[in-house]
Design a protein around this ligand. Structure first.
Ligand code: NAG
Ligand code: NAG
Ligand code: NAG
Ligand code: NAG
Ligand code: NAG
Ligand code: NAG
Ligand code: NAG
Length: 919
């Protein structure tokens, strides 16, 4: 059987922390004068309110500025304090990165310093306290910076009283900072933003990165004519971005990245001082205007993962100041060379995952400053160009799916700065000695997967190597054993060796305690799974699927790692019981035990897996009653129990909650369930009542592992795939999270379910697939099915259903597959364009049915009138939408590489994504 696995590795390069560092231009000469007692006192009181804690600041050069403050010295001379020359009043406080740890008190003595013009408390830890509303009392403030301070909650409306502000930055500048603040902690009401815009008309810098605003941006933003820097990255903005902002005369930096629902387009540019433009991960669309060539100061352009298309205009070659270009994951086409070849200052060039073509790519060798190059999916069709040997600064080379030929040239080892080297999915051949890669001392990420390479370890180095390789992807590399090379990698965390011919796992593997992800699916592994595997206590993901493992499952497997998220042992020959213990608070998201010979009952301890989203035991010999108790799992979305020996009624019992609050997909087919299909159960499946994708989302959190080298971050995410029969075929739904997050399906076929089909199924209007075939259902097809407006496949065959096929089914414009064969249905088959596409085998075995599909004329003239399609135009439209919809899915399903989603600002961490799959 063909099975599908995939691995997503996102390598983030965080750089440019200082991108938005801002020099406060007003001069305040520092002259030593006696400061005012009350101010000195207020400052000392402020100092007392905090502990000094090293980990409260991320900046390695930070130090506790307040430590030297004491009452015997002039406060105007204290570290971080500046006083006014004439009045000796404290006018500036800069306590950024001062390792302050404690709460921001609403009564803080800080608010007594009413002459303050500058306040910078960035990079301290205020322990989830709120920004006090009294901030509005500091009416002289011109500069307020509270970045990365671990403050929480609503930004007080009083902030808009600061009408003298020139500079305001709140929120978090760096995503995936080691404080782990991936989620927004601050929010700003639209009304506050409006007043701020109205009142603080002199603003030059408005930075609200990672502050939740969750609205459209007001047009009045264009009134802030002094704006130089506008940063709204990851603010949950939506709606249309006000075009006028691009024309603000002083605008230098515009960052709107990571607002996926923010739409907009690029304007006709006038000459402008714009230097940085970040629109990555938004819904901006359209083409690049020719006038983009007028942005002669632009040095950063990040528009990855937007909806841009078309050719890069030749005027682009005018942008010679560009150092950073990221166009990845759009639909640009045409030959790149003309527009980019002469931009020689480039250090980052990301053009991958578009539809670019190239006649020749050797010109890239002229871009000798390149540090990162992503040309993934550009069809190169030749050897790795020799000119790349010129790129000696290169730290990252991503050339997956480039139709590369030939061997991996030996001069690659001359690129000694390489941190990441990815040539997966090409046609490279030849022998590769893995040990050679140890010469690349900075190499962290190596992917040679899916080529035609023959790998061997090479001469074993006797000494412990100092290789930094952490991510190693050698899928489909003709390996017959785990390369001993790996034994020498002391830091290896991600190991992907699927689709090889590996026959056994060496014992040294169990000592690799740094391993976080081990994937050896689809090899030829035999024998029992060694219980020593449970020594790998750092594992987040373990994939042993599609091998020939036999014997019992080690009982520790459910319980060896508090951090394990993914456990896949499906597609083996394992027998015995499912592991019985699952520790409380475990992190399991996915358990796939399908296609083995497991027996006994489902362990009730599974209920400890509160984060479980995906549980599949299909195709085993489990003998149990309906596991209604799994309905208490708050995150469970996919439940596969098909092809086992489950029996009895499908219902809840006892006092247990059995609501299955997030269930999307349930497959109970091919068991011995009996009784009726209880309406109460169906009603409780609330998640199936929505087609609103945002409510259906799978857990997007994935492990982010910081890699010290070049501050790269690898994100591991295993997409779920689920096999289910649909339209009479067994389908694998790959990457559920990405492509099928609104795939809602019920399959209870081939059981012994009796009684009538409950009307309430019609309320599950998110349903896409419903299969009730091969049961002993009677009664008629509920009219309520006409409400299942998203339904694409309906199988009611092989039951005892009677009556007519409801005319309402003709309203289901997405219905692509219908099977009502072998029932006792009668009357005319509804006639419309939709139904005309169904063949006679959809209806056969129903003696009373008539209609064109059955070549059997309906002679009952009193039958329902055949309502014509409401309007042929409408019909046409929905049809083309339908096609479009499927094309989108097919790109993911059949095509090679598709875009991933990652967190981060469009500027700071540049995220390089691999989203790779194979059959
Ligand atoms: C605007 O600023 C003035 C002066 O600081 C203040 O009195 C007023 O309340 C502010 N308006 C808003 C809506 O905050
Ligand atoms: C601000 O902009 C709005 C519309 O964008 C305009 O009606 C209003 O007059 C402007 N206010 C000022 C003070 O310029
Ligand atoms: C661009 O996006 C807007 C807003 O979502 C949409 O109305 C428009 O049709 C899109 N344009 C193109 C050319 O895709
Ligand atoms: C190229 O840049 C110059 C200024 O450096 C500008 O005058 C000219 O219009 C630009 N050309 C195009 C085609 O945009
Ligand atoms: C690149 O620059 C060279 C020399 O300045 C010039 O001859 C060539 O035409 C330029 N190429 C493009 C595509 O602009
Ligand atoms: C290598 O770089 C030099 C400039 O450093 C350049 O002159 C040369 O053409 C480049 N070679 C190739 C093959 O691109
Ligand atoms: C690679 O480095 C070696 C040794 O430094 C040198 O001899 C060789 O010419 C280099 N190869 C290329 C293609 O630059």
């Amino acid at each position: 059987m063909v099975f599908v696995c995939s691995l997503v590795l996102l390598l983030k390069f965080i750089f440019l922390y200082s991108l938005f560092s801002f020099t406060f231009t007003t001069c305040f000469p520092l002259i030593h004068q006696k400061c005012h007692d009350d101010e000195s006192h207020a400052l000392l009181q402020f100092k007392k309110g905090f502990h000094i804690n090293k980990s409260a600041s991320l900046n390695p050069f930070g130090y506790p500025k307040t430590a030297s403050w004491n009452s015997s010295t002039d406060c105007c001379s204290w570290d971080g304090i500046t006083c006014d020359e004439q009045t000796n009043q404290v006018i500036q406080i800069d306590l950024s990165s001062s390792q302050l740890y404690g709460t921001m008190d609403a009564n803080s003595s800080l608010f007594r310093l009413v002459h303050l013009r500058k306040l910078d408390l960035s990079d301290n830890d205020f322990k989830n306290s709120q920004i006090p509303s009294r901030i509005g009392e500091l009416s002289q403030l011109e500069y307020l910076k509270l970045l990365d301070t671990n403050v929480f909650g609503e930004i007080p409306p009083q902030i808009s009283q600061l009408s003298k502000l020139l500079f305001l930055q709140l929120g978090v500048p760096r995503i995936a900072s080691s404080k782990g603040m991936l989620v927004s902690q601050l929010n700003l009401k639209l009304s506050t933003l409006r007043s701020l815009i109205q009142n603080s008309t002199k603003l030059e810098t408005l930075g609200l990165g990672l502050v939740t605003i969750a609205s459209t941006l007001p047009d009045t933003l264009t009134n802030l004519t002094s704006l130089k820097r506008l940063i709204f990255s990851k603010c949950e903005l939506h709606g249309e971005f006000p075009l006028g902002v691009f024309h603000l005369p002083n605008l230098k930096v515009l960052d709107l990245g990571y607002n996926p629902n923010l739409s907009g387009r690029l304007p006709e540019f006038q000459s402008s001082s714009l230097t940085k433009l970040g629109l990555g991960y938004t819904s901006f669309n359209g083409t690049l205007p020719v006038s983009i060539g007028k942005l002669s100061s632009l040095n950063l352009l990040s528009i990855r993962d937007c909806n841009f298309f078309g050719y890069i205009p030749s005027s682009f070659s005018n942008l010679t100041q560009l150092m950073y270009i990221d166009l990845r994951y759009n639909k640009f086409k045409g030959d790149l060379s003309a527009s980019i070849a002469n931009i020689t200052k480039l250090d980052h060039l990301g053009v991958g995952f578009n539809e670019f073509t190239v006649d020749t790519i050797s010109w890239i060798g002229k871009l000798t400053s390149l540090v990162a190059l992503d040309i993934s999916s550009v069809n190169i069709g030749s050897d790795i160009p020799l000119s790349f040997a010129n790129l000696t600064q290169l730290e990252e080379l991503d050339a997956g799916s480039c139709n590369l030929r030939g061997e991996i040239p030996s001069w690659i080892m001359n690129l000694t700065n390489l941190v990441s080297f990815d040539v997966a999915y090409n046609f490279l051949h030849g022998n590769v000695e893995l040990n050679k890669f140890l010469k690349l001392k900075r190499l962290v990420f190596l992917s040679l997967s899916f080529n035609k390479l023959l790998l061997y370890s090479g001469k074993s180095s006797s000494r412990i190597t100092d290789s930094r390789i952490q991510v190693l992807s050698l899928d489909s590399c003709n390996l017959v054993e785990i390369p001993t090379f790996i034994r020498d990698l002391s830091d290896v965390e991600f190991l992907s060796l699927s689709e090889n011919n590996i026959q056994s796992l060496p014992n040294w593997l169990w000592k690799k305690e740094s391993l976080q992800d081990l994937k050896v699916s689809n090899n030829s592994l035999t024998g029992a799974i060694s219980p020593s595997i449970c020594n790998l206590k750092s594992l987040l993901g373990l994939d042993l699927s599609l091998n020939n493992f036999s014997g019992n499952v080690p009982s520790c497997l459910g319980n060896f790692s508090q951090s394990l998220e993914i456990l896949k042992i499906n597609g083996n020959k394992l027998s015995g019981l499912i592991p019985q213990t699952y520790m409380i608070g475990n992190a399991l998201h996915q358990i796939d035990l399908s296609n083995n010979n497991l027996q006994g009952q489902l362990p009730r301890e599974l209920i400890n897996s509160r984060r479980l989203e995906y549980f599949d035991v299909s195709h085993n010999n489990i003998n149990d009653s309906f596991p209604f108790w799994l309905g208490d799992l708050p995150e469970l979305k996919v439940l596969g129990l098909s092809n086992n020996e489950f029996h009895g009624d499908i219902r809840c019992s006892g006092n247990m909650k059995c609501t299955f609050p997030k269930l999307h997909i349930i497959d109970l087919s091919h068991n011995e369930f009996s009784g009726s299909f209880p309406p109460e159960m169906i009603q409780s499946w609330k998640a199936m009542k929505t087609s609103n994708t945002s409510q259906l989302q799978y857990d997007q959190s994935s492990q982010v592992v910081e890699i010290t080298n070049r501050e790269a971050t690898v994100t591991r995410k295993d997409p779920y795939s689920f096999m289910m029969s649909n339209k009479g075929l067994v389908m694998t739904y790959e990457k559920l999270q990405q492509f099928y997050s609104n795939f809602i399906a019920i399959d209870i076929s081939s059981n012994k379910i009796s009684g009538e089909i409950p009307q309430v199924i019609g309320d599950l209007n998110g349903l896409i697939l419903l299969n009730l075939s091969n049961n002993i259902l009677n009664g008629s097809i509920p009219l309520s099915f006409g409400k299942l407006s998203n339904l694409e496949a309906l199988d009611l065959s092989l039951n005892n259903l009677s009556g007519k096929i409801p005319q309402q089914l003709a309203q289901l414009t997405f219905l692509e597959f219908l099977n009502v064969s072998f029932n006792n249905l009668s009357g005319p088959v509804p006639q419309n364009k939709q139904f005309a596409t169904f063949q006679d085998n959809s209806f056969e075995g129903n003696h009373g049915l008539c209609g064109e599909q059955l070549l059997k004329k309906c002679i009952d003239h009193r039958g329902p009138s055949f309502s014509p399609p409401s309007s042929s135009d409408d019909d046409h439209e929905s049809e083309s939408f339908f096609e479009l919809y499927w094309n989108v899915i097919l790109i993911g399903y059949v095509g090679g590489l598709v875009g991933g989603v990652a967190l981060g600002s469009a500027f700071y961490p540049d995220v390089i994504g691999w989203l790779k799959r194979f059959f």
